[in-house]
Design a protein around this ligand. Structure first.
Ligand SMILES: [Zn+2]
Ligand SMILES: [Zn+2]
Length: 90
């Protein structure tokens, strides 16, 4: 059974889905900075402040998706065929 997160990213199980969500929240809480995985624009993750991106766990790294690339990110993740947390095929 495939479960999908807020960006349409696939998870193979409830456990991976929960872990993926926890992981993304932890990154947001730490106000991490990074670059958008689609356009390389610098982004700032934030749970309560002015966040300029979303975070998706992806192949063991944080995939930052800036606000202007969210449609592109969703389209990409919809076609991704592996669990975003454990890389199992889904
Ligand atoms: Zn971007
Ligand atoms: Zn999984």
């Amino acid at each position: 059974m495939v479960m999908r997160g807020g960006f349409g990213e696939p998870y193979c199980s409830q456990e991976c889905y929960d872990n993926g969500g926890k992981y993304a929240s932890a990154v947001m809480l730490k106000n991490q900075t990074g670059v958008c995985g689609f356009c390389q624009k610098p982004v700032q993750a934030s749970m309560y402040g002015a966040s300029t991106c979303a975070i998706v766990p992806y192949e063991g790294v944080n995939l930052f998706i800036c606000n202007s690339c969210s449609a592109k990110g969703k389209a990409y993740l919809r076609d991704y065929r592996k669990c975003c947390k454990c890389q199992k095929s889904v």
